[in-house]
Design a protein around this ligand. Structure first.
Ligand code: HEC
Ligand code: HEC
Length: 379
C-alpha cells in the first residue's frame, strides 16, 4: 500500500516538474507572437517605486519593459547622440555625483559650456517640473533640448536618426523594445523609461523620515533636523531663532516642495541685481523674475557646486548664505524668507554644524553604486 502511494506521489511530482518545464519553454516562445514579432518583457512599476514614496503617475503610453529601459540606459551613456560623438548625457550627469556634474558649467560639444549647473537626476517620476526654471514638464520632450543645444550635444535630428539607424547595436534593440527600426520618437521614449526608473530612497534620512526612528540619528543630526524643520522665531532680546524654516521649500521625503505656489518656485535671495531671470524669463512675468525651482536636497553632499549657477562650492557656503548673507533687496524674494523683518538668521556655529550634519544624512550610496543605472558599455 505504502509503495503504491509513493509511486503515485513520485509520478505526480514528475508530472508537476514536467508541467513547469513545459511552461518555461512556452514562456520563452511567448516572447514572439504568432506573427513572429518580439514581445518585450513588462516590468511591474511596483518593483521600481518603493511603497514609502508611493506610486507616481506614469505615462500611460510608455509602459516599462526590460528592453525599453535597457535601450534608454544605452542611449543615456552613448556619445553617438552628440554631433561629433564626443558627449553623452552621462558626460554631464555622472552617476557618482547623483547624476550631477562637479563643475559649475559643464563642457559640451566643441568645448562650449552650459549656462547653468547640471542638476542631479533621480526621483523624476515624482516631478512635473524640470530644469532650474521649470520650463519642461515632460521627460520625453525634454530629451530633445540637450541633444540639440549648441553648447551641449549640438546635434541635428536628421543626422541623429541616420546615426541610430546605422548603428548595429541599436537595430536589434529598437525592434525588441518597440517593434520598429531606430527612430527618434522611440529613442525619446526609451530614455524616458530609463530616467523614470532612477529612484533615490536609500539614504539614512529616508529611513528616519518622518522622524519616528530617532535612534538612526546622532544628537548633532537630530538638532540639525530641528533647525531645518523649525520655524523662524526670533527671541526679541537675543535675536536667536531655533529654526531656519528650510522645510517649506525643501520638505517631505523627497526634500522638495513640488507645488510652485507653496515655495516650490522661489527667489531665495541670492542677488540684489538679477543676472538670470529664471522662471520669470520663461513666462515673461516681471513678478516672477529671479525665481527658480526649489531643488530636492537628497544627495546634496554629492552634488556640489550649488545653486542654478553653481556659485557655492560647499554646503558651508550655502548655509552661510541662508544664515548671514541673504539679499533682502533681491526682486521677488520669497515671503517665507523676507517675512521675518529683514533680519539675517544669524545661526550659531553649532546650529550651522548641526544643519550640515542633517543634510549629510540625505546621501543615498545605493543610487551612486546601483548597477542598474550604470554605464552598460563598461562591464
Ligand atoms: C553638456 C552638459 C549636458 C548634457 C550633455 C546633458 N545635460 Fe541634462 N542638463 C544639463 C544642464 C546644465 C541642465 C540644467 C539646464 C537648465 O536648467 O536650464 C540639465 C538639465 C537636465 C534635466 C532636468 C533635471 C531637473 O530635475 O530639472 C534632465 C532630465 C536632463 N538634463 C537630462 C539629460 C539627458 C537625458 C541628456 C542626454 C540626452 C542630457 N541631459 C544631456 C547639462 C547637460
Ligand atoms: C522660499 C523657499 C526656500 C527656502 C525657505 C529655502 N530654500 Fe533652499 N533653495 C530654494 C531655491 C528656489 C533654490 C534654488 C535657487 C537657485 O539656484 O537660484 C534653493 C537651493 C538650495 C540649495 C542648493 C541645491 C542645489 O542642488 O544646488 C541648498 C543646499 C539649499 N537650498 C538649502 C536650504 C537650506 C539649508 C534652507 C534653510 C536654511 C533653505 N534651503 C531654505 C528655495 C528655498
Amino acid at each position: 500500500m505504502k509503495r503504491v502511494r509513493l509511486k503515485i506521489l513520485c509520478t505526480s511530482l514528475f508530472a508537476v516538474v514536467l508541467f513547469f518545464a513545459s511552461c518555461k519553454k512556452e514562456d520563452d516562445n511567448a516572447k514572439y507572437n504568432s506573427k513572429g514579432t518580439y514581445i518585450p518583457t513588462k516590468i511591474d512599476p511596483f518593483s521600481i517605486f518603493p511603497a514609502e514614496l508611493g506610486m507616481p503617475s506614469l505615462p500611460s503610453d510608455n509602459p516599462f519593459t526590460i528592453e525599453g529601459v535597457y535601450l534608454g540606459r544605452m542611449l543615456f551613456y552613448d556619445p553617438i547622440l552628440s554631433y561629433d560623438s564626443s558627449i553623452s548625457c552621462a558626460s554631464c550627469h555622472k552617476q557618482e555625483f547623483a547624476f550631477s556634474d562637479p563643475v559649475a558649467f559643464s563642457p559640451g560639444a566643441f568645448g562650449l559650456k552650459t549656462k547653468r549647473n547640471a542638476p542631479p537626476l533621480y526621483n523624476m517620476a515624482y516631478s512635473k517640473h524640470f530644469f532650474w526654471d521649470g520650463r519642461a514638464n515632460n521627460l520625453r520632450d525634454l530629451v530633445f533640448e540637450p541633444i540639440q543645444a549648441h553648447n551641449e550635444m549640438a546635434m541635428t535630428l536628421p543626422k541623429l536618426e541616420g546615426k541610430l539607424k546605422n548603428a548595429t547595436r541599436y537595430i536589434d534593440y529598437f525592434n525588441k523594445a518597440f517593434g520598429h527600426e531606430p527612430n527618434l520618437v522611440d529613442m525619446s521614449k526609451a530614455i524616458e523609461q530609463f530616467m523614470l526608473t532612477i529612484v533615490s530612497n536609500g539614504s539614512r534620512f529616508n529611513r528616519f523620515f518622518p522622524g519616528d526612528s530617532i535612534q538612526l540619528f546622532n544628537m548633532s543630526e537630530l538638532r540639525g533636523a530641528q533647525v531645518f524643520n523649525g520655524l523662524v522665531h526670533f527671541d526679541p532680546v537675543t535675536k536667536f531663532t531655533p529654526g531656519a524654516d528650510c522645510f517649506h521649500c525643501h520638505g517631505g521625503e523627497l526634500v522638495q516642495q513640488q507645488n510652485f505656489n507653496m515655495g516650490g518656485l522661489a527667489n531665495n535671495g541670492l542677488d540684489d541685481v538679477l543676472t538670470d531671470l529664471g522662471y520669470g524669463g520663461i513666462v515673461n512675468d516681471p513678478k516672477k523674475y529671479g525665481t527658480f525651482k526649489a531643488p530636492s536636497l537628497l544627495n546634496i553632499a554629492l552634488t556640489a557646486p550649488y545653486m542654478h549657477d553653481g556659485r557655492f562650492n560647499t554646503l558651508d557656503e550655502v548655509i552661510e548664505h541662508y544664515s548671514d548673507k541673504m539679499k533682502f533687496n533681491s526682486p521677488n524674494i520669497h515671503t517665507l524668507i523676507s517675512s521675518h523683518g529683514g533680519f539675517q538668521l544669524n545661526l550659531t556655529t553649532e546650529q550651522k554644524a548641526n544643519l550640515k550634519a542633517y543634510l549629510m544624512t540625505m546621501t543615498d550610496n545605493k543610487l551612486i553604486t546601483n548597477p542598474a543605472y550604470s554605464n552598460p558599455f563598461k562591464k
